[in-house]
Design a binder for this molecule. Structure first.
Ligand SMILES: *Cc1c(COP(=O)(O)O)cnc(C)c1O
Ligand SMILES: [Zn+2]
Length: 423
């Protein structure tokens, strides 16, 4: 925390000192999300792009001088960060844009981007001497916290809606978390978790509440910039539920500008499902997200289903301050994007992650992205997280699998019936 100068309330702008040990601005209750502020001059004096280039550590901790943790803190052993970013020329060609890169966050230890925040949470819990860590989650943040806690043997309590995809619940139970399946929505699980954390004194990892989560998630943005040689792309597409990832991506860009490592920001596009489009509504109608009432969210993309995006202030700023936009895509389009992204890039994404790709098509249709643009899609979570949705998508798009007896004649006959399709 050497170069942290304080925590700024996103509502009133008050600066709280570096040794502030709450989560939110005391004047604004649970809504008073804070932003960690750094002394970029001091960081730039002892941390350079060249230092990074020399550092063999490929994990998120390679950006340690830009993270709000103490010099002596231990980090968990799982390999978080360092995910691949793939050039996808066939997708670029299909959409008539200069270049498409796919950042594959499905390659994280628990198979979603949330590991970056949960690893940060476990470090901060250690620093604060907390015993138990807790979070509410639509599933991935929970699986991430659960897995990272398991790697260091730390007890944790997880609140997820009882409707969470089975793969995510299986992860929690395998990692040995104390799991509360809440008969209610994610938003209700969130409220219950806040109350329980207060009641029992647990360290609270909740998104849009704990200010350190953005700082963990921003490492995806730093990796994108570093992978591109600190030459920023024109646009970054991020799917949005609570708005914490998109806020983190924006924070990475602000850090890089603050350090003088990039000289312009990419446009950031936030993609939501039509069934969970709080931020799109606010963006289109110019509504104030501090006062806008919750909606009633429902989407197949469970990871981006939120009645009230908890990190909405940072989420809105990410788009408005970079000249991006909020766009909605239907669940139909999201499902169809799973096989299209998979076939065009080799990256298998869960619905919420495929939504970012569906958003690219929508942005091109609206003329928001032009032919020379270099675009990054963040594929936030693995397709293995939600196999039933992937099956539903491929049953619609085809091709159907062949049913064959275990002999070559049966195979030949089946193949001859699909002469239009390449084997
Ligand atoms: C959490 C999550 C998102 C959305 O992130 P927010 O910070 O809630 O906006 C998108 N995709 C996947 C796979 C996620 O797990
Ligand atoms: Zn405040």
């Amino acid at each position: 925390m050497r170069d942290v100068v304080g925590f700024v309330c996103m509502i009133c702008g008050a600066m709280h000192p570096p040794d502030f040990d709450g989560y939110v601005c005391p004047d604004h209750g649970n809504e008073g999300i804070l932003d960690v502020r750094y002394d970029y001059e001091a960081i730039a004096a002892r941390f350079t792009k060249d230092d990074l280039a020399q550092n063999p550590d490929r994990t998120m901790w390679r950006y340690r001088p830009l993270l709000p943790i103490d010099d002596g803190s231990n980090v968990p052993p799982l390999t978080v960060g360092g995910t691949p970013m793939y050039d996808a020329p066939r997708l670029a060609e299909a959409h008539g844009v200069g270049r498409v890169w796919v950042k594959d966050e499905g390659r994280q230890p628990t198979a979603s981007l949330k590991d970056r925040a949960s690893a940060m949470a476990v470090v901060k819990a250690d620093e604060r001497g907390a015993e138990v860590v807790t979070t509410a989650s639509t599933g991935n943040a929970a699986a991430a916290l659960s897995g990272i806690c398991a790697s260091v043997g730390r007890p944790n309590v997880i609140f997820v809606p009882a409707t969470a995809p089975e793969a995510k619940v299986a992860q929690l139970l395998s990692f040995g978390s104390t799991v509360a399946l809440v008969d209610g929505t994610y938003d209700q699980a969130f409220e219950l978790c806040l109350e329980a954390a207060d009641e029992y004194g647990w360290f609270n990892r909740n998104t849009g509440f704990n200010p350190f989560m953005t700082e963990g998630k921003k490492t995806v943005g730093l990796e994108i910039l570093e992978d591109l040689g600190w030459s920023p792309p024109d646009a970054i597409f991020v799917s949005v539920g609570d708005g914490s990832i998109i806020g983190g991506v924006h924070k990475a860009m602000k850090d890089a500008v603050g350090l003088g490592w990039i000289d312009r920001m990419p446009r950031i596009y936030g993609i939501q499902s039509s069934g969970s489009d709080y931020l799109v509504q606010a963006f289109e109608d110019g509504e104030d997200v501090v006062t806008k009432a919750p909606i009633s969210a429902s989407t197949i993309a469970d990871s981006i289903s939120a009645d009230l995006p908890r990190d909405r202030i940072k989420a809105m700023a990410a788009v408005t301050e970079t000249g991006g936009a909020y766009l909605r895509v239907s669940d139909e389009r999201i499902l169809a994007a799973i096989p299209t992204l998979a076939r065009g890039s080799g990256v298998f994404a869960e619905p919420a992650a495929a939504a970012a790709y569906a958003g690219l098509a929508s942005a091109v249709d609206r003329g928001l992205v032009s032919t020379g643009d270099e675009v990054v899609l963040i594929a936030t979570g693995s397709g293995l997280k939600d196999v039933p949705s992937a099956m539903q998508a491929v049953m619609r798009t085809g091709p159907e699998p062949m049913r064959v007896a275990p002999d070559i004649e049966s195979l030949k006959s089946a193949l001859s019936h699909r002469k239009d399709e390449r084997p």
